[in-house]
Ligand binder design. Structure first.
Ligand code: IVH
Length: 724
C-alpha cells in the first residue's frame, strides 16, 4: 500500500514512465506475476488517459507498445487473472456478437431544438421568470451517437446506446475499444453511477475510413454521424478498435451526487478520468449565450470533429429539479442548432446516371462554388418529382446545401434571378446510355431503364456488385479491370467470371501474370463463399445484405427461393410486398435463370451449410417463435430449434407442437393457439427443454435484469424529480 502510494506520488512529481516503475516495483519488491499484471494495467490505463483524454502523452508509442506486449504475454500465460477491463481489451475481438436490448435505468430523453435566437430568448426568459437570475452552461452539441456508460466501483460495467430512449443495445464490447473511454476510474468517484455522452468520429478517422471503403468497393458513409453509429453497431469489436472513434461525456446520472451544479459535476467527471469538452462555458445572460453561439458558429469549422449546435443548460441542480421535464425533454435545457451552410450558384446542366438496378438519378452540374470548406460542382436532384416540386430549370440560380449525404443537394431556386425565357425542365423518357424507354414502378419515385441485359452501366454495375467484399469478395478484379474485360467481350455477366482464364487476364494492360494468377485464385476461392452472400451478390432489386441473410436462413437453398410463391416469400423475416415482387420478377427472367445455372455448374454455394446438431431432442417437432425475448433474439431461438433437430414454423397450425412465446406475442397467434390447443412455452421453459443452454451465441453473459416493476416506478419518479 505504502509502496503503491509512493509510486503514484513519484509518477506525478516527475512524470516518469510508469513502465519503469512497474519493473522497479517488481524487482525491488520481489512481487508476484499478479502484482506485475496489476501494475502494468494501472500504468497503461494512465498512459491511455494521457494520450486519448488529455492529448499529452508522456511516453513514446514504442514504450507503450512494449508494456502492452508484456501485459498481453502475462495475461495469455495466466488466464486466471483475466479482467474484461484490462487495457489489452482495447484491441477488441473478432468474435461476432449480437446486441442485447437493455432497459435504461433512467430514460434517455432528448432535447428540444431551435434554430432561432428569438426562441432561445423565449427559453431564457421563461426560466428567468420562474427561477430569477440564472447561470447557464453552454456546451458544443457533438454530432455523433448518444451513449450511456455505467460504472461500478470505478470499473466500466456496461455501455448502452440510446435506442428508443427506454431501452437500447448493450454495446459494451465495442465501447471498451474506444481509447478515450476510461475502463477504470481514478479519484473520488461514486460507487455506482451512469454517465452519458456522445460517441463521435473525428473528421480524420472518417476520411480515412471512407478512403478505405472506396478502395474496397464498399458503400461510403454519408457523414461522420452515420459512421459513428454504424461502427458502434459492428458485430466485431476488433473492427471498432480500428475505426478511431472518440467520446465526450456531458451528463451524470445517479441516485445521489455530491454536487449542486452541472459545472461541478463536469469538473469532477474530468478528475475521474473522463474526456469532458474544454469548450464548455458558464454564461450569465442572454447576451453571453448569444456571443458563445456566434463564436462557435464560425469557430466550429476549425474543430477536428463534427458539431451541429450548442446545448444550453441550467447550471443549478435545485433549479433543474423545480423546472422538471415535459414528456420528451427537460425544461431546463435546449439545443440551438446551426443552420446547414448554403451557397448560391448556377445550374449549368443535368446528367442522368444509371445504377446497377437500372435506377436513374439526375445529377446537377453547377458553376463551382465554395461550401463548408470544399468546392462544390455537382449536386443530386434525386428524381423527376423533386425537380418538378422545386421547379428547377436549366440556367437557374439555385441554393445548395450539405445535408446528411455525401453529395450536396439543391434546396431552393432563387426565383428573383430567373431568366424571362426559362422553360420548365423536361425529364428524359429514354435511357441516356442505351436508349431504352424508361419505366416507373408503382410506389417508386425513380425512373428505371428496363434493359438489364443490354445497358452498359447496369451490366458493369451488377458485376462490380457481385465481386464486392460483402458479396463474392473477388480480390484484384477492380472496376477498371471489369470495364477492360467487358470491352474485350470476356465479361458480360456475373457467370462469365467463372469462365475467365489466367491467359485472358495476363494480356490486359497493367495486369501481369502474377496478378492474373491471383485473380483466378480469388475467383476459385469465391466458390466457397456462403450461400447468403451469393444470394446478395445476384443483385436482386431491394435484396440487401440483411434481407439476403434472412432469405437464406429461411429458405435454406436457392432452389427453394426460386420456387417460392409470393405468400411463401412474405413469410421470411423482413420481406414485404416490394421485395417479394422484385424476387419474383428476377426469377421470372430467363436470362437470370441461365446465369444462375452457369453459376451452379461453376460450383457456387447454393445451399445453407448444414450445422452440426447439438442434440436431437426436438426431432420431429414443429415450433413457432412469437414475441420479444429477454435473453435471446428471435433468430438465436430459431437457430437453437434447428441445432436441436426441430423445425421452425412461421404460423400456428394444427401440426404445431408448441409455441415459444415472449413479450407481446401477436394476439392472432395467441387466439389461434388457444383454439387449436397448442402448448405455449416461455423462453426459460424452452431453454430448460433443450438442456439449459442459457448462454446466447454472443459470448456475452445474458443481461442481468436490474429492475422489477415497482422499482421501475421509483426510478421514474426519481427521474422526474432530480436527474441531472
Ligand atoms: S445533453 C436530456 N449535451 O444531442 C438530454 N446532449 O437531443 C441531455 N448531444 O441525445 C442531453 N452534445 O445525443 C447534451 N453537450 C451535449 C450534447 C448532447 C450532443 C446529443 C445527445 C442528445 C441529443 C439531444
Amino acid at each position: 500500500m505504502i509502496a503503491t502510494n509512493f509510486i503514484h506520488l513519484f509518477f506525478q512529481q516527475f512524470k516518469f514512465s510508469l513502465y519503469l516503475y512497474a519493473i522497479i516495483y517488481k524487482i525491488g519488491m520481489g512481487l508476484s506475476i499478479y502484482d506485475e499484471i496489476v501494475a502494468l494495467r494501472e500504468a497503461l490505463h494512465e498512459h491511455n488517459r494521457r494520450y486519448y483524454v488529455e492529448n499529452s502523452p508522456v511516453i513514446s508509442d514504442y514504450e507503450f507498445d512494449q508494456m502492452m506486449h508484456r501485459l498481453i504475454e502475462l495475461e495469455e500465460a495466466h488466464p486466471e487473472f483475466a479482467d474484461e477491463n484490462s487495457p489489452t481489451m482495447r484491441v477488441g475481438s473478432d468474435k461476432t456478437s449480437e446486441f442485447q436490448n437493455v432497459k435504461h435505468r433512467y430514460p434517455m430523453l432528448s432535447l428540444s431544438n431551435t434554430y432561432s435566437i428569438e426562441e432561445l430568448d423565449e427559453f431564457i426568459n421563461r426560466i428567468e421568470k420562474e427561477e430569477g437570475e440564472t447561470e447557464f452552461v453552454c456546451e458544443l452539441k457533438f454530432d455523433g451517437t448518444a451513449i450511456s456508460l455505467t460504472y461500478e466501483n470505478g470499473k466500466l460495467l456496461r455501455a448502452v446506446t440510446r435506442g428508443d430512449g427506454e431501452s437500447g443495445d448493450d454495446v459494451t464490447a465495442n465501447v471498451r475499444t474506444i481509447g478515450s473511454i476510461p475502463l477504470t476510474l481514478t479519484g473520488d468517484y461514486p460507487a455506482e453511477f451512469e454517465i452519458r455522452g456522445e460517441i463521435f468520429m473525428p473528421y480524420a478517422s472518417f476520411d480515412r475510413l471512407n478512403i478505405e471503403r472506396e478502395a474496397a468497393g464498399e458503400q461510403l458513409f454519408a457523414n461522420p454521424r452515420n459512421a459513428a453509429a454504424g461502427t458502434l453497431k459492428q458485430q466485431q469489436s476488433s473492427i471498432v478498435a480500428k475505426r478511431g472513434l472518440d467520446c465526450t461525456l456531458y451528463q451524470i446520472a445517479s441516485r445521489e451526487l455530491p454536487f449542486s451544479t452541472h459545472w461541478e459535476a463536469l469538473e469532477s467527471a474530468r478528475r475521474w478520468g473522463f474526456k469532458i469538452s474544454e469548450h464548455a462555458r458558464i454564461c450569465r445572460s442572454a447576451e453571453e449565450i448569444r456571443a458563445f453561439i456566434e463564436h462557435w458558429d464560425t469557430a466550429r469549422k476549425e474543430l477536428p470533429y463534427p458539431t451541429d449546435g450548442i446545448v444550453i443548460k441550467v447550471n443549478d441542480f435545485a433549479k433543474r429539479r423545480r423546472l422538471g421535464f415535459t414528456s420528451k425533454s427537460p425544461r431546463w435545457a435546449v439545443a440551438y442548432k446551426f443552420k446547414a451552410e448554403q451557397a448560391l450558384t448556377r445550374l449549368v446542366s443535368v446528367d442522368f446516371q444509371v445504377g446497377r438496378t437500372g435506377a436513374i438519378t439526375p445529377v446537377a452540374n453547377l458553376e463551382p462554388v465554395l461550401l463548408a470548406g470544399t468546392v462544390v460542382k455537382r449536386a443530386t436532384l434525386h428524381n423527376a418529382e423533386q425537380i418538378e416540386l422545386l421547379d428547377i430549370r436549366l440556367g437557374d440560380m439555385v441554393y445548395v446545401e450539405k445535408g446528411g449525404e455525401i453529395i450536396p443537394k439543391i434546396t431552393e431556386v432563387e426565383l428573383s434571378e430567373r431568366k424571362a425565357d426559362s422553360k420548365p425542365f423536361e425529364y428524359i423518357t429514354e435511357c441516356p446510355e442505351c436508349g431504352a424507354k424508361l419505366v416507373r414502378y408503382e410506389g417508386e419515385a425513380k425512373h428505371y431503364c428496363p434493359n438489364q441485359g443490354g445497358c452498359r452501366p447496369q451490366i458493369l454495375g451488377r458485376i462490380v456488385h457481385f465481386i464486392r467484399r460483402k458479396a463474392l469478395d473477388i480480390d484484384g478484379l477492380g472496376t477498371e479491370t471489369v470495364e477492360l474485360l467487358h470491352e474485350s467481350n470476356l465479361l458480360n455477366n456475373i457467370a462469365d467470371i467463372y469462365d475467365l482464364k489466367a491467359v485472358d487476364l495476363a494480356v490486359l494492360p497493367r495486369l501481369g501474370e502474377k496478378s492474373a494468377d491471383n485473380i483466378i485464385r480469388s475467383i476459385n476461392a469465391s466458390k466457397s463463399v456462403p450461400f447468403a452472400r451469393v444470394l446478395f451478390g445476384l443483385g436482386i432489386r431491394f435484396v440487401g445484405e440483411t434481407t439476403a441473410k434472412y432469405l437464406a436462413a429461411h429458405f435454406k437453398s436457392l432452389d427453394a427461393v426460386m420456387s417460392a410463391s409470393k405468400e411463401q416469400l412474405l413469410e421470411a423475416e423482413e420481406v414485404g410486398d416490394k421485395i417479394a415482387d422484385a424476387i419474383l420478377e428476377y426469377f421470372a427472367d430467363e436470362n437470370n435463370i441461365a446465369i444462375i445455372e452457369r453459376l451452379r455448374a461453376a460450383g457456387l454455394q447454393f445451399e445453407e451449410e448444414a450445422k452440426e446438431l447439438h442434440s436431437n431432442c426436438l426431432e420431429g417437432k414443429s415450433i413457432v417463435i412469437s414475441g420479444k425475448f429477454l435473453d435471446h433474439s428471435r433468430d438465436e431461438l430459431k437457430e437453437l430449434i434447428e441445432l436441436h433437430g426441430g423445425k421452425n414454423q412461421s404460423g400456428v397450425s394444427a401440426n404445431t407442437d408448441f409455441i415459444v412465446a415472449g413479450e407481446n406475442m401477436g394476439p392472432a397467434k395467441l387466439q389461434k393457439a388457444e383454439k387449436l390447443g397448442v402448448k405455449i412455452l416461455s423462453e426459460s421453459e424452452f431453454i430448460a427443454l433443450i438442456g439449459g443452454e442459457l448462454q446466447n451465441n454472443t459470448g456475452q453473459n445474458p443481461v442481468t435484469k436490474v429492475e422489477t416493476k415497482n422499482e421501475d416506478k421509483k426510478e421514474n419518479d426519481f427521474v422526474q424529480g432530480s436527474l441531472f
